[in-house]
Design a protein. Sequence first.
Length: 211
Amino acid sequence: MQKGKKALLILAAVCMLSGCGQSGGAEISSVTIGKDGSIAHQIVGGFEQNYYDIGELKSLAADRVSEYCEENGPDRVKLASVEDKEGTISIRLDYATAQDYSNFNHRELYIGTLSSAIDEGYPLEAVPFVSAEGEPMEIGFIEDWDKKQIAIIATKPSEELAVNTYGKVLYINQNLSSPMDVSFTGKKNVRIMNPAGEDADEATLSYIIFE
C-alpha cells in the first residue's frame, strides 16, 4: 500500500508539471479519446533527477496500476511506457474508459452524448460555446443531441493539456471574461491552458463538442 501511495504522489507531481511544455511544437501532456471509449494519457513534465530513479519510477507506476486493477478489474489501466529524455519524463497510461481515467487520477473526465451529459446534470445551457470560425453558439441551437459527443475534462491551475478526439471538433467553450484558454489546434485537436491561480487544487472544467 505504501508503494502505491508513493507512486501516486510521484505521478501526481509529474501531472502537476505537465504544463511545463513550451510552445512551438514541444510536447505537452495529452488525452486521446478512442472511438471505443478508451483513453490514452501521455504525461509529459520536467522532474528533478535527484528526486527519483527512472527504474524506481517505472516500478512504482506499475505497482500503482496493478493496485488499481486489483480493486477495479483486470486491464482497466495499462502502463504502456515510462521514459526519461534528457530530464523530461514521459509516462503513457491507457485506460479502458473515461471513468477509469477519472478514478485513477482523481479528476473529472466525462465522454458521452449531449443528451446524456444533460441527463447527468452538467449545466451546458450556461456554457458559452464557440465554433472553429469564432462564431458563438448556444447549446439550444445545436441539433442532434443524441449524435453529438461531448468531452468534459478537468485541469488544474498552471496545467496545459492537449485533447485529441476521434471525430471533428465542432465547438469548444470559451469565455472572454475567463482566464481559461481553450483553443482549436486542428480538426480533431484542442489545447487547454489553465493559468496559474491562488488555489493550486482548484480544478476547472473544459467542454469539447465533436462528432
